[in-house]
Design a protein around this ligand. Structure first.
Ligand code: COA
Length: 334
């Protein structure tokens, strides 16, 4: 069996920065409320009228990751694209990447696991590499949230949290079984699907039905029971981190860098305190990007790597929780 290691990383966010102050001009909110509850100061939102989408941002991030891996697009054997905001209902964004980057007719898979999407995608890629089926897999997480948010006071509990952006990595085969992904752990609990959901349009509730319904049909905006999500997130994050530590027979002190999904800085801080991690063991960047869902971990990992915070042989722990509910972790030796 082979191992898979991350050989290249890249991220891309749209230029347009939206501060909390900007939001307070279009809805009843404040910089103070948003920072106190979430730690977010600003996010990047695609400008209205721009041609950017989840697929185009993913393609930009992917090009950087492939170049940094020292590879050519023709070296990539498979594409995995994680998003909850695909350009189309179908087909998925993966095939758009194959076309946009003018790649060979390799396979492309979309992952629909929301905030856990990147962890699920990484774990899926790892299985293909372990079995020897593929050598280099492009793994992308990308989200275009801003076009789907309720940017009025009615939607403020959700819309202030989310940002647009994309990150990508190349997962490559290594014969060194001490390096790369050491374990991954995936979970779900569908009974809470309705706690964080965009219900429509769906086959159950299609466009004509929405158009004919009364104005109070808000099913096409994201709904989140924030308090319930928060409480479940801290429990599941802790469990899945414990699982990774115990399977690999290591303790919190052995973690060189922990990158939690950037859901809310308060969730990350809670986890940091629970595992008694020092500040230099944790990387957060939600302050500048908001929650970019499937892109958040890979954007943070890329930024941490660019800043020299990820070094050879470091133990890196990634963990995520989100809509589904789904949650998971990946432990790597760099
Ligand atoms: N600005 C100002 N006030 C706001 C607001 C905003 N953006 N959003 C909500 N409020 C108000 C509410 O209307 C409510 O007012 P009321 O007390 O008069 O009814 C009050 O603030 C408290 O709202 P509540 O939703 O209880 O706040 P909270 O402390 O639970 O914080 C979240 C809200 C969303 C920040 C928090 O629940 C959270 O982070 N949850 C997890 C989110 C998450 O991780 N999501 C992604 C999963 S991957």
């Amino acid at each position: 069996m082979y191992n898979s290691k991350i050989s290249g990383l890249g991220f891309y966010v749209p230029d347009n920065v939206v501060t909390n102050e900007d939001l307070s001009k279009i809805m009843d909110t404040s910089d103070e409320w948003i920072q106190e509850r979430t730690g977010i100061k600003q996010r990047h939102w695609i400008k209205e009228g721009s041609n950017e989408t989840s697929a185009t941002m993913g393609a930009r991030a992917a090009e950087i990751a492939i170049e940094r891996a020292g590879l050519d697009k023709d070296d990539i054997d498979f594409i995995i694209f994680a998003t909850l905001s695909p350009d189309f209902y179908f087909p998925g964004c993966g095939v758009q990447i194959q076309e946009m980057l003018e790649m060979r007719t390799i396979g492309a898979l979309d992952i629909r696991n929301q905030c856990s999407g990147f962890v699920y995608a990484l774990s899926t890629g790892d299985q293909f590499i372990k079995t020897g089926m593929y050598k280099n897999i492009l793994v992308i997480g990308s989200e275009y949230h801003s076009n789907g948010l309720d940017k009025t006071t009615r939607g403020r509990g959700v819309s202030v949290i989310f940002g647009d952006g994309a990150g990508a990595c190349v997962l490559s085969r290594t014969e060194d079984n001490q390096k790369g992904i050491l374990s991954s752990h995936l979970h779900s609990e569908g009974k809470y699907a309705d706690k964080l959901i965009v219900e429509s349009p769906s086959i159950k509730h299609w466009v004509p039905e929405i158009l004919n319904s009364k104005e109070e049909d808000l099913s096409y905006f994201p709904y989140m029971d924030g308090t319930f999500v928060f409480k479940n997130a801290v429990v599941r994050f802790s469990e899945v981190i414990m699982e990774a530590l115990s399977v690999n027979k290591i303790g919190p002190d052995d973690i060189d860098l922990f990158i939690p999904h950037q859901a809310n800085l308060r969730i990350s801080q809670f986890i940091q305190q629970k595992f008694k991690l020092r500040d230099d063991q944790v990387y957060n960047n939600i302050t500048n990007y908001g929650n970019t869902t499937a892109a958040s971990i890979v954007i943070a990992l890329t930024e941490a790597w660019e800043k020299g915070k990820v070094k050879e042989d470091d133990i890196v722990l990634l963990a995520a929780f989100g809509s589904g509910f789904t949650w998971g972790s990946v432990l790597l030796r760099w």
